[in-house]
Design a protein around this ligand. Structure first.
Ligand code: SAH
Length: 225
């Protein structure tokens, strides 16, 4: 999979993409993440990518031309499954969306800033708008990193134990059951004995029961599905 991220702050991705699972996925060649600095597509000598709003009002708007030039150039080289704009008024990111995106070959993720981007880009270039929650961030970079992480870990071959993503919360509209590791007894707080029984059938039943209980308590809306 190829993920092209258009941003004015490529350095912001160094942390999230240079560690752990996302780092390994890139090393294995399962995913190629390209950070594209939008300023390189600015058309004036000051490398300007934002301007004042028509109609007045506070806050700058990201200009059409640099973004359009950047996307046009990328599209001339690759076919994209989706051209995504991170936006608080987009479709709420869910595990279902992450699953679907993980099957794609090529995607573009555009990060906004300031007041957002010129509406003409949203109308004519963007094919999908994604929000990571009902709150407003200063820029699309953290949201793009969240989307990328949720997608990349689902690409086959990324997680060592492939079934481990399948047993995560939300995969089957259930939250995860509780998990434990050594020691068995920590200051009198013990691990449920069933998990040491060696009886896989009983353990699976226990896990399902706990997952259902937790989902009913914390996210009854998921059960209604
Ligand atoms: N004026 C806009 C917010 C702009 S925030 C509004 O009220 O809708 C600046 C940028 O941060 C946006 O262009 C978007 O790319 C990103 N952003 C902010 N909150 C986000 C969220 N919840 N999910 C995804 N991207 C978000």
């Amino acid at each position: 999979m190829r993920i092209d991220i258009i941003t004015i702050f490529p350095e912001m991705f160094e942390g999230p993409f240079k560690h752990s699972i996302i780092k390994r996925a890139q090393q294995k060649g399962v995913v190629k993440i390209n950070l594209i600095n939008l300023r390189e597509y600015a058309t004036d000598k000051h490398k300007r990518v934002d301007d004042y709003q028509y109609g007045g009002g506070s806050g700058m708007v990201m200009m059409v031309e640099p973004i359009a030039n950047c996307i046009d150039e990328l599209k001339s080289k690759n076919d994209y499954d989706e051209i995504i704009y991170m936006s608080p008024d987009g479709e709420l990111l869910t595990q279902k969306i992450a699953n679907r995106f993980s099957t794609f070959e090529n995607i573009i993720i555009l990060c906004g800033h300031y007041k957002g981007i010129d509406e003409r880009i949203r109308e004519h270039y963007i094919t999908k708008e994604i929000s990571i929650g009902d709150y407003v961030l200063s820029g699309g970079e953290l949201a793009a990193a969240v989307l990328t992480d949720s997608v990349v870990r689902l690409i086959p071959g990324v997680l060592n134990d492939e079934t481990s993503a399948l047993s995560d919360s939300f995969q089957d509209d259930l939250l995860s059951p509780p998990v434990y590791t050594r020691p068995y007894d920590f200051k009198g707080m013990k691990v449920p004995d069933i998990l040491l029984s060696g009886n896989d059938k009983k353990i699976n039943e226990w896990r399902l029961e706990k997952a259902v209980k937790r989902t009913k308590e914390r996210r009854p809306d998921l059960m209604d599905k």
